[in-house]
Each structure stands twice: as structure tokens, then as C-alpha cells.
Ligand binder design. Structure first.
Ligand code: B12
Ligand code: SF4
Length: 482
């Protein structure tokens, strides 16, 4: 079969990660599995390179992946393919369609693969090659339309750790126009045992933490570092240290085998309390940790069911600095206990505690989460009249809810001002001053690391200016609602 897989994206997401255009790993894994089965697979990641429509129109099956803010773009793509005729099957997958399969089936999709897609996609492709009508209902995790009716087959259980070991490494070479430049994506675990109110990860990937074996991860790492000796790995795990024993065993093995690379990942700030873990992370090349710090408002941390305190945050940041690791702190502003000054206070807190970089998200209710269900039930979701187009606004930058203690406009302004004050010229100035200081007093390694911070600050400054422009229309729309 000729199969084209597309990761839809056109939103201007103003986050610090946009420096590196990176794919999610689902399509390169599924693509590799299907290639191994003899199919011809091409992947387009719209963030990375534009779609060649001739390739798409000559495919038998097009699989489209979307997040909530990229869902409208996925519908546009599906519509364009459908306009060409009925002979190309269109299948959707990823977190947004998993929670809203009916929406996709109402917008030009023939099939939706819910949840983990590897096995379901293979079964769907096999079925498409031999489409016996009765057999489709045996494909777990699949939703589909027959005429006017929509069907949802029972869900598919999450893959076990053993099954994750059987998956091939993602084939990034299938992605058109992608050259590994700096950061290399890799995932060692799926799921998270915690239950934060706003998070879709635990629902999409389950609360049972599943992880690849140490040998399996080491094999991929050795291959990657063999090919790219300067490798910087971004472990895409949602909670890298959810199992402390497995994280430590993995890191010990990396050290034992003397695999050289630098890396970054997401982790809970509370896990920094384990000094053995921190030492292993630092020795094995960890340079950045991304923490869901969420709030400096103790009441909001409780509302979010975050199982961490402000004291944990302060201590965690201090600890990782001692180990030479930098922190990106992500905060979610707009909870029911937040007020107009919360964003500003968060920035002050970040500066006082020397958090290396921050991202203030506006509380964005992602479908599938408890926050979404609650706000929807309370009639507090804005822009519902836009239909599916509203999802474009669910980028974490734009406010899409009625907050409890302020207007949506006030929340948006408070976040925009706070971000601008943090990343403005002052941040750039501080970074430049530190770089100059380092040049005169420190080693080449320190200078290099500081120069990277300087590049980041220039980038952030640019993004802040672009974000101002980008938010103008949204602010005007929110003002009308106030
Ligand atoms: C790495 C990552 C990023 C990277 C790179 C992402 C990129 N290219 O989009 C960066 C940091 C840039 C990023 C940015 C954002 N991200 Co992000 N990110 C992730 C993370 C941690 C890992 C992604 C990954 O590779 N997962 C592992 C692979 C195996 O999963 P997968 O690609 O989803 O594919 C599997 C299934 O979903 C399914 N599947 C997916 N697509 C398809 C398609 C077909 C046809 C089929 C059959 C199956 C299928 O099968 C696959 C195999 O099981 C996830 C969390 C997570 N655990 O997934 C969040 C996650 C995807 N991100 C999320 C969000 C919200 C964002 C941002 C909007 C954040 C923001 N406000 O800026 C932006 C959007 C960027 C964009 N594309 O426009 C949310 C999405 C939730 C939602 N409902 O939309 C997630 C789930 C995290 C969360 N908070 O819940 N992200
Ligand atoms: S926010 Fe982080 S810790 Fe909380 S459930 Fe999601 S992945 Fe787990």
C-alpha cells in the first residue's frame, strides 16, 4: 500500500521549543512498522517541511496526526484529500482525535485510531487490503463511519513494557526534509502515575508507568551516539523518573558503558530530592530539566491536584543548580484560585529563585481532561460558537476560558505582561552580562553553555515581540466579551 502520514501543524506556537523543529514519535514508529511489512511510507511533519500534494493524492491511505490546536488544520487537510475523490482512505490518530473521534468522523475522516496506534494501524491496513465488512468490528481501538452511522470498537489495552520493547526505533529518515541537526527525540517510557487535573497524558497514556528495558534503550542510544557523536537527546518521556529504580538503573548503565551525549527531559520537581538520582543525571550528561511547576499559589497547586508544594519547587530548583543542570519551569495560570497578580508574582518568584527559563501557559482545557469536563459543564468555555475552528485557540498561549476571579481579558493581559517582563531586554541584558563575565573567568565549556543561554535569550526576545503582535486580535476579541 502507498501510505502517507502527516503531522498537521500551522499554529504559531510561541514557546521556547520552537527553536528546534521536532517531530512527535508516533508517526516515525508506525511508519517503520508499516515499512517493515512491505508498505511504502512517506511522512510529512508540517512544522518541518511542506506537504507534497501529488504524493498525498497518489496514496491509498493517508494517516493524519493532530493535537488539539492543530485539529482544524488536520480537518482542512482531510477536506482537501476528500475533494479529490473517495478512493483515498483517511485515518486520524493522536490525542485530540482519541478524545473526540466523532468530531473527526464528521470532518472528512473515515477512521480514527484511538490511543496507542501501533497495533490498531497495522490491523486497519490489513483490513483495508482485504475489507471483509464484518471483520472491522474486531479491530480494537478503532472508530469508523458506515454511511450515516458512527461506530466505536472497544478500546485497546495499553501496551505492556515488554510490548514496548518489541517496537522498532522510530525511523526519522521517513520524514521528508528532516535532518537531525541538534536535538534528537527518543522516548523511554509511557504513562504517568500522577493525576493532575489539567493533564491529558495520564488519560491518553494511562497511569500505569510502562518503560522499555535498559538493554533496549541502550541499544538505541548506542546507535544514535555512534551516528551523531555530538548527540543531544530529548527524552520525550512525560515523567522520566516516575520509577526511581528504573531511572537509576538506566543511568548507571549509560555511565557503565561510557555512552557520551547530553540530554534533557521532563520530570517532577519532587524527584530532585533523591540525591543519587541527581548525581547520576548530572554525570550522564543531563543539561536541562523541564518541570511542570504549575503554580506558586498553594491553593492552585491543590486545585490542580499536583501533589507538590511551593517549598518543593524552591528546593528542587536549588538542588539541580548545584548539580549544574538548568531548569525550564512551566506554570499554568488561570486556575480558580488565581488572581490578576498571579502571573506577575510567578515571574518575580522565577527571578528570585533563579529559574533558568520559564513558560507561563494560560490554563487550557484539553479535551479528555477533568478540567475540560468541569469547565464545559459550568459553561465556562469561550469561543464555542466557532465550532471546530475554536481549537486553533487552544495553544496554551491564548485564554479560552472564563476565569473565576478576573475576566478572560485580564488573565490574558496579566500573562502577556509577565512573559514580556521576564523575557524582555532585561533578561537579554542579564544573559549578556553573565556571558561576558564567563568569558573572562571560566573554562571553554562554561563559556559555551553560557553562549547557548545567550542565543536562547535572543530567541526569547524575538518570540516575545512576535507574541505581542500575535495576541493583538485575541485581546480585542476577549475585550468584547468582558
Ligand atoms: C515532545 C512533545 C512536544 C515537542 C515536539 C512536538 C511536536 N512536533 O508537536 C514540543 C515541545 C515542541 C511540543 C509542543 C507542543 N505540545 Co507537546 N508533547 C510532546 C510529548 C511530550 C511527546 C510527543 C511524542 O512523541 N509522544 C510519543 C509518541 C509515540 O506518541 P504520538 O506521537 O502521540 O503517537 C502515538 C498515538 O498518539 C497515536 N497516533 C498519533 N498520531 C497518529 C496518527 C495516526 C494516523 C495513527 C494511526 C495513530 C497516531 O499512535 C502513536 C503511537 O502509539 C507529548 C506527550 C506524549 N506523551 O505524547 C506532548 C503533547 C503531545 N503536547 C501537547 C501540547 C498541548 C503541545 C503544545 C500545544 C504546547 C504548547 N502550548 O505550546 C505544542 C504544540 C506544538 C505543535 N505541533 O504545534 C499535548 C497535546 C494534548 C492535546 N490534546 O492536544 C501533549 C499530549 C502533552 C499534554 N500536555 O497532554 N510537544
Ligand atoms: S502533569 Fe506531569 S505529573 Fe501530572 S499527570 Fe501529567 S505528566 Fe503526570
Amino acid at each position: 500500500m502507498r501510505i502517507v502520514l502527516i503531522e498537521a501543524s500551522e499554529v504559531n506556537i510561541f514557546n521556547i521549543f520552537q527553536m528546534h523543529k521536532m517531530p512527535r514519535l508516533g508517526l516515525p514508529i508506525i511508519g517503520k512498522i508499516l515499512t517493515n511489512l512491505g508498505h511504502r511510507v512517506i511522512i510529512y511533519i508540517e512544522n518541518i517541511s511542506p506537504i507534497d500534494w501529488e504524493e498525498v493524492f497518489s496514496a491509498d491511505l493517508v494517516g493524519i496526526s493532530a493535537l488539539t490546536p492543530t485539529a482544524p488544520r488536520a480537518y482542512e487537510i482531510a477536506e482537501k484529500i476528500r475533494a479529490k475523490g473517495k478512493n483515498i482512505s483517511i485515518c486520524g490518530g493522536g490525542p485530540h482525535f482519541t478524545f473526540l473521534p466523532d468530531e473527526a468522523l464528521d470532518h472528512f475522516f473515515d477512521y480514527v485510531v484511538r490511543g496507542e496506534g501501533e497495533k490498531t494501524m497495522v490491523e486497519l491496513v490489513n483490513w483495508l487490503e482485504n475489507p471483509k465488512p464484518a471483520a472491522i468490528k474486531n479491530i480494537s481501538g478503532l472508530s469508523y463511519r458506515i454511511g450515516q452511522n458512527i461506530f466505536h470498537n472497544p478500546g485497546r489495552p495499553f501496551m505492556s513494557s515488554d510490548e514496548l520493547n518489541l517496537l522498532p526505533a522510530p525511523d526519522l529518515n521517513l520524514i521528508r526534509g528532516y535532518k537531525i541537526k541538534e536535538l534528537i527525540p527518543m522516548q523511554t517510557s509511557r504513562g504517568c502515575p500522577f493525576g493532575c487535573e489539567f493533564c491529558s497524558v495520564q488519560i491518553m497514556w494511562g497511569r500505569e508507568y510502562r518503560f522499555r528495558s535498559v538493554d533496549n534503550v541502550i541499544k538505541e542510544l548506542e546507535e544514535l551516539t555512534g551516528k551523531f557523536p555530538q548527540a543531544k537527546i530529548f527524552f520525550y518521556d512525560d515523567n522520566f523518573a516516575a520509577s526511581l529504580p528504573r531511572a537509576k538503573t538506566l543511568l548507571k548503565e549509560i555511565l557503565h558503558r561510557n555512552i557520551k551525549f547530553t540530554w534533557q527531559t521532563q520530570m517532577r520537581v519532587k524527584d530532585t530530592e533523591d540525591s543519587e538520582l541527581m548525581k547520576l543525571m548530572s554525570l550522564s550528561g543531563c543539561k536541562w530539566l523541564f518541570f511542570g511547576l504549575e503554580s506558586i499559589n498553594p491553593k492552585t497547586l491543590k486545585d490542580y491536584k499536583k501533589s507538590q508544594t511551593v517549598a518543593d519547587i524552591i528546593q528542587g530548583i536549588k538542588i539541580i543548580r548545584e548539580f549544574g543542570i538548568k531548569a525550564l519551569g512551566m506554570f499554568v495560570v488561570g486556575g480558580d484560585s488565581d488572581v490578576t497578580t498571579t502571573a506577575k508574582e510567578t515571574v518575580k518568584f522565577a527571578e528570585k529563585n533563579k529559574i533558568d527559563a520559564i513558560q507561563l501557559w494560560a490554563l487550557g482545557p484539553l479535551p479528555g481532561t477533568r478540567v475540560y469536563n468541569k469547565l464545559k459543564a459550568q459553561g465556562r468555555l469561550l469561543f464555542e460558537e466557532l465550532g471546530v475552528k475554536k481549537w486553533r485557540l487552544y495553544d496554551g498561549i491564548r485564554v479560552v476560558i472564563k476565569p473565576q476571579n478576573m475576566t478572560a481579558w485580564q488573565l490574558q493581559v496579566s500573562i502577556a505582561k509577565a512573559m514580556a517582563s521576564y523575557y524582555g531586554w532585561r533578561w537579554f541584558g542579564k544573559s549578556l552580562a553573565t556571558t561576558l563575565k564567563f568569558i573572562s573567568f571560566r573554562s571553554w565549556k562554561d563559556i559555551k553553555s553560557q553562549a547557548e543561554s545567550l542565543v536562547l535569550s535572543i530567541y526569547a526576545l524575538r518570540l516575545t515581540n512576535q507574541a505581542k503582535e500575535f495576541l493583538k486580535k485575541h485581546l480585542a476579541d476577549l475585550k468584547k466579551l468582558a
